[in-house]
Write a protein of this length. Structure first.
Length: 293
């Protein structure tokens, strides 16, 4: 039994769109709002994981009186957070937008969903191992950059002398006509070149003097001569031509150093002519070597 002096009040609580709604009626038929409670959710896009939490509250209070007017309920929005972790470890946070104020006839709007974009890092590409190209046969490492002109003259003469001596040692055992012709060409070209060098030394009033470079060249040439003397007719052609490819390749590189180290124009000119001749011999020796394969 309801006491006649106490106003009867009926409250209804329901759910609308996932939000809790509360409304109470008093004796005068007026409605007051109890506000809403709406969670704001933060989301994140990107590579990795993302989580977001948010709360939103809206509270409305009204004082029932004889006029039955309720005060406006004010809704406060929660903030949403979002974290994302990409490959490169990026992070981002999003915040829910503020909810609109509640009124006596409507509930406060919940905060909008916060959106956080996760940082992404580009993965490094896998390096592929590439095989190195096969190197050609290397010549002996000889440094002639510190020689003076007299030593340069001696080195150039040693190169010419070695070509003549090796050709003379190989000739009696060579069986291929083209290889024999090449050996004779070495004698014909490098023999006179020695005379030209000695003539230049006289003009420069220099006496050719030995050095570590010339000594090494002599040792290598003598070793080849010994091998040719011990070769048979079946092996002499290939042994000689392979040795000529190596010797001329080394000579081309060495003459480049001699030209750079020379102090006089006359000597540089002589060496430049020598370089051209030796390069031609190298090209011919390579052709013969390919022919013998």
């Amino acid at each position: 039994m309801i006491h006649p002096r106490i106003p009867a009040m009926f409250c209804v609580v329901g759910l609308l769109g996932g939000a809790a709604l509360g409304a109470c009626d008093d004796d005068n038929g007026q409605t007051r709002s109890t506000g809403t409670l709406q969670p704001g959710a933060g989301t994140s896009s990107g590579t990795g994981t993302s989580s977001g939490t948010g709360t939103s509250t809206a509270a409305g209070t009204g004082n029932a009186n004889n006029m039955g007017a309720g005060t406006t309920g004010a809704g406060t929005s929660g903030t949403g957070t979002a974290t994302g972790t990409g490959t490169a470890g990026g992070t981002a946070a999003g915040a829910g937008a503020a909810g609109t104020s509640g009124t006596s006839s409507s509930a406060g709007t919940a905060g909008t969903t916060g959106i956080g974009s996760a940082g992404g890092g580009a993965a490094g590409s896998t390096g592929a191992a590439l095989p190195g190209a096969q190197g050609g046969a290397g010549a002996s490492a000889i440094n002639a950059m510190n020689l003076d002109d007299s030593q340069i003259l001696f080195v150039a003469d040693t190169l010419d002398a070695g070509e003549v001596e090796q050709a003379q040692a190989a000739m009696p055992k060579l069986t291929t006509a083209n290889v024999r012709d090449f050996a004779q060409e070495m004698i014909n070209d490098h023999g006179p070149a020695r005379s030209q060098l000695m003539q230049l030394a006289g003009q420069m009033m220099l006496t050719p003097s030995p050095s570590d470079v010339s000594t090494e060249l002599q040792r290598e040439s003598e070793s080849m001569v010994t091998s040719l003397n011990n070769a048979t007719a079946d092996t002499a052609d290939r042994l000689y031509i392979e040795g000529q490819v190596r010797a001329h390749a080394q000579a081309v590189l060495l003459i480049d150093q001699l030209i750079a180290a020379a102090d006089t124009d006359a000597l540089r000119t002589q060496l430049t002519d020598m370089h051209a001749t030796v390069q031609e011999h190298l090209d011919r020796a390579r052709e013969l070597n390919d022919m013998l394969d």
